[in-house]
Design a binder for this molecule. Structure first.
Ligand code: NDP
Length: 511
């Protein structure tokens, strides 16, 4: 089987069809049942005279039974998405920071990849233009395994305690009684968990409604570690800056597109790549030593905080280009399984509790959604992998490693390659087992949102749009929730809280 990320045009069909001759458009395939029985007329079905149908009509039963099973569980979050293949190119020497295979070697070294963009809260059929963060997930098929960057288009997130994640997501989805989106639920959560305000500031700026997947940035959000075999490490944050620039919709433009073309961002990405207008992103690192992290004003494991770029400048290291559409959306994009636990030697998670919980949750989602052998689906398969202890299970389709021993056999010994883990202690953790939370929201949590309010002030019309975007949404919430939310924005900036109150109450009065 040819790997879909590296297949040539001629080979690509074979990756998905065991019977290659039925794939190519220019051939005239012979129609059969799934078992290969030729059928002379697909419209025909068996019945007795003008009476009931016959159970022995395998062709009809085969069709209906497979149709009934076409849907798989959609992702609970990030259900609606679009993606494409491409390549990463190393553009700068960063060997002082890392020994990661993909990021070392000659400048110009290339690694194939697949990227999937998505909204977060909506269902699989929901509008691309909804106000929402965007998922920006990339799977790099490196020589030392798949490395997944499961990023967003925002540098922070709504929460820093992983236990809040299911609760928070519920409030952004549908009311359990009405099955409607519910502004009171939405703002009730945010105003009672005010550590969310930094992300709320981003979400309700016009960057919450991107006009194109090609024209938005990506951020690791979490702190990661680049480790070296000698035991040293640095903390990093990864940024992907769109070479197309940033383009956003206003609230009204996004609302119009929700109705006139809810798949606009999907269409825009596909058509751009189809005409050879390949989007690219320049990739940057912010770097912090463990010693700097100890003295840093903010906790580097707090997902609601950024690292100021003046203090931790962006250092370029590569370029990511998307240059090829998938042949089959379901096989290659819907079934793509990204997980932050897919790491490579030299890249490690930090102790950010939300990242730690995602290390479990993403792969677990794929086991549920796609089955335990999801890693055998071609788009999820590493270019090179060999684990004879992982065997059997449903939908085992890769030959199950044949007659190879399924234990550490002296008759066919395995070879082992050093990966840097265990050769040195990168971090030392000591202490008693505790029940932890990040703790109360303090004035510190409002500093960076206030910084973003100032950033918006430097872009013409953006503060006005922000107030307008919040007011339109918040006006749907109950009074006490609205009042609490005004208080939250006042802690960012007193003038902002006042403006949001006035604009929101005007909307309420006009309803
Ligand atoms: P700078 O003042 O050096 O730069 C401002 C940053 O804000 C740029 O990265 C810019 O992106 C980005 N930005 C502009 N408009 C928006 C928006 N509507 N939503 C989100 N980001 C936007 O950044 P500092 O590091 O000094 O931080 C100032 C504030 O900027 C922070 O409080 C934070 O809210 C925000 N920010 C910081 C980031 C970081 O990693 N430090 C990343 C993104 C935002 P662009 O490249 O398009 O100009």
């Amino acid at each position: 089987m040819v790997h879909p990320a590296v297949a040539t045009d001629g080979e690509r069909g074979a990756a998905y069809m065991h019977v290659e001759s039925t794939y190519h458009y220019d051939e005239k395939p012979t129609y059969t049942t799934t078992s290969g029985y030729p059928i002379d007329d697909p419209k025909k079905y068996q019945r007795v005279g003008n009476g009931p149908l016959l159970l022995q009509d395998f062709h009809l039963i085969d069709l209906l039974a497979n149709f009934d099973r076409e849907r798989i569980p959609e992702r609970v979050v990030h259900a609606k998405g679009a993606g494409a293949y491409g390549e990463f190119e190393l553009t700068h020497d960063i060997s002082d920071l890392t020994t990661i295979d993909m990021l070392t070697g000659p400048i110009g070294k290339k690694t194939p990849l697949l990227t999937r963009f998505s909204t977060v809260g909506g269902e699989k059929g929901s509008a691309d233009t909804a106000r929402d963060p965007r998922g920006f997930a990339t799977k790099f098929y490196t020589q030392e395994g798949n490395w997944d960057w499961v990023f967003n288009n925002t540098p922070v997130f709504f929460l820093r305690d992983p236990t809040n994640f299911p609760t928070f997501i519920h409030t952004q989805k549908r009311n359990p009684q009405t099955n409607l989106k519910d502004a009171t639920m939405f703002w009730d959560y945010l105003s009672t968990h005010q550590e969310s305000v930094h992300q709320v500031m981003t979400l309700f700026s016009d960057r919450g409604t991107p006009a194109s997947f090609r024209k938005m940035h990506g951020y690791s959000g979490h702190t990661y570690k680049f480790t070296k075999p000698d035991g040293s490490f640095v903390y990093v944050q990864i940024h992907l800056k769109s070479d197309q620039g940033v383009a956003t919709f206003t609230n009204e433009e996004a609302g119009e597109k929700n109705g006139s073309n809810p798949d606009w961002l999907t269409q825009d990405l596909f058509e751009a790549i189809d005409r050879g207008d390949n989007p690219s992103w320049t990739t940057y690192l912010q770097v912090m030593t463990p010693e700097q992290a100890e003295k840093f004003r903010y906790n580097v494991f707090d997902l609601t905080k950024v690292w100021p770029q003046g203090e931790f400048p962006l250092r370029p290291f590569g370029r990511m280009t998307l240059n090829r559409n998938a042949q089959n959306y379901f096989a290659e994009i819907e079934q793509a399984a990204f997980a932050p636990s897919n790491l490579v030697p030299g890249a490690e998670p930090s102790a950010d509790p939300v990242l730690q919980s995602r290390l479990f949750s993403y792969a677990d989602t794929h086991r549920h959604r796609l089955g335990g052998n999801f890693h055998q689906i071609p788009v999820n398969t590493p270019i090179r992998s060999y684990n004879p202890f992982v065997r059997d299970g449903q939908m085992n389709v890769n030959g199950n490693l044949g007659a190879n021993p399924n234990y550490q056999s002296s008759y066919r010994p395995l070879t082992y390659k050093p990966n840097g883990l265990g050769t040195a202690s990168h971090e030392k953790w000591t202490g008693e087992a505790t029940w932890a939370v990040f703790g109360d929201v303090t004035d510190l949590d409002f500093e960076q949102p206030a910084g973003l309010w100032k950033v918006l002030g430097k872009q013409p019309g953006q503060q006005d749009n922000f107030v307008h975007n919040v007011a339109g949404h918040l006006s749907g919430a109950k009074k006490d929730t609205r009042e609490r939310t005004y208080g939250m924005f006042s802690r960012v900036d007193a003038g902002l809280g006042k403006r949001i109150k006035e604009a929101t109450e005007k909307e309420v009065a006009g309803k």
